[in-house]
Design a protein around this ligand. Structure first.
Ligand code: UD1
Ligand code: UDP
Length: 389
């Protein structure tokens, strides 16, 4: 029986890999050996705990203030040693983190086929998102199987001369995770969130962490939130703060003492999806949140100048607004106070998946290893404008 090794290290990879780990463990075709790097120690463990995943190997690489080179070298070094004793038939890496690209390189050096989940996303700018755009392009150069979430991402791969037979459009596994999690009744562990849910107050959900936004831009985000809090006392701003101290030091000082701002620790995924579902609108620079919020019909303002996820922008649920303080205040104000504009964005669209991405992934891997056939590809549901596909 072939051994498949999912390798991941951060919160978003863990959320998006969890449905694949579950599908592999259910399958009688494969043995599944889970390896984590621990790039995000706390936020990774939080996801594994929720999905009941106990890693077989843990490289435990996190060092506070870690550099990109340290993540890369510690991952490659750890996997280099692991692959000498434990050689899987294929590894799976997800997305564009440095864990993901380092794991792809380490496997490639050992002649192990690399399966790349969420392949083909492109912003077109190597400096934004940094270093993710370069990471994902590097992985595309050495992967044997490219699992594109959408036909747009497949087109990006074809444009870079990746062979069509090596690409399968699966949908994004984040939608598998979201659909499974949203079915469950989840209580908030923080009573302030339960009170908020019961109050019927409008919630502005905010997340931020992008490396290229750190510094001045993120301080501006903090100031913009403070101005919104003052101008809209009936709105509660909820900010589950990323564990990165650089992020906290930039955003949080401007928010101190604001009665309608709730800064909380990263939420377990189930609680976060519930918070998303009771939110009025979302302000974020996150990749995963950009994919999840549209399927719940939540307008999303993305604090970036570009996106590798154009589908929900074209569908009208996501608006790119950059990080200018005045623009953030203006766009939030418009969504809070212009009903017609809000309604035009609050359309549930699901261009990223149908909940079957993990199933398509295991079938595509079976085909790669010569023990199965692929199943039909993910097709974008009809509500997305034809221009997207
Ligand atoms: C990483 C990924 C980014 C992804 C993001 C998701 C890279 C280069 N970046 O960025 O693509 O969008 O994760 O959140 O791979 N920390 C902790 N505990 C944790 C997590 C982080 O203490 O559980 C702190 C550490 O001080 C660490 C810092 O946060 O040095 C930054 O973490 P790191 O993984 O280097 O980068 P992210 O900005 O989180
Ligand atoms: N998320 C979570 N708890 C939180 C904030 C986010 O579980 O407090 C989830 C969110 O639902 C999404 C993922 O984390 O699936 C996004 O992670 P992040 O924004 O850190 O990374 P990105 O997607 O930008 O790489």
């Amino acid at each position: 029986m072939p051994t498949i090794m999912p390798i991941y290290g951060t919160r978003p990879e863990a959320i998006k890999m969890a449905p694949i780990v579950a599908a592999l463990k259910e399958s009688d075709q494969f043995a599944c050996v889970v390896t984590v790097t621990g790039q995000h120690r706390a936020m990774l463990d939080q996801v594994n705990d929720l999905f009941g995943i106990v890693p077989d190997h843990d490289l435990n690489i996190l060092k506070p203030g870690q550099s990109l080179s340290a993540i890369m070298t510690r991952t490659i070094d750890g996997l280099d040693r692991l692959f000498k004793t434990d050689k899987p038939d294929a590894v799976i890496v997800q997305g564009d983190t440095t864990t993901s690209t380092a794991a792809a390189i380490a496997a490639f050096y050992h002649g192990i086929p690399v399966v790349h989940v969420e392949a083909g996303l492109r912003s077109g700018n190597p400096l934004s998102p940094f270093p993710e755009e370069a990471n994902r392009k590097l992985t595309s150069q050495i992967a044997s199987l490219h699992l594109a979430p959408t036909s747009t991402s497949k087109a990006n791969l074809l444009a870079e001369n990746i062979a069509e037979e090596d690409i399968v459009v699966t949908g994004n596994t984040v939608i598998d995770a979201l659909l499974e999690t949203a079915q469950k009744e989840v209580a908030f562990s923080d009573p302030r969130l339960e009170n908020l849910a019961a109050s019927g107050h409008r919630v502005l959900l905010v997340t931020t962490h992008r490396r290229e936004n750190q510094g001045n831009a993120m301080q501006g985000v903090g100031r913009a939130l403070a101005r919104i809090a003052d101008a809209e006392p009936g709105v509660t701003i909820v900010l589950p703060a990323h564990k990165n101290p650089i992020v906290r030091e930039a955003v949080l000082p401007a928010l101190e003492g604001k009665p309608n701002v709730l800064v909380i620790e990263p939420l377990p995924y189930g609680e976060f999806t519930r918070l998303l579902s009771i939110s009025h609108l979302v302000l974020t620079d996150s990749g995963g949140v950009q994919e999840e919020a549209p399927s719940l019909g939540k307008p999303v303002l993305v604090m970036r100048d570009n996106t590798e996820r154009p589908e929900a922008v074209l569908a009208g649920t996501v608006l790119l607004i950059g990080t200018d303080e005045d623009r953030i205040v203006k766009e939030v104000d418009r969504l809070l106070n212009d009903r017609e504009h809000f309604d035009s964005m609050a359309q549930a669209v699901n261009p990223y998946g149908d909940g079957l991405a993990a199933d398509r992934t295991t079938h595509a891997i079976a085909e790669l290893l010569g023990c199965g056939v692929r199943i039909s590809e993910f097709e974008v549901p009809q509500q997305v404008p034809a221009a997207v596909v």
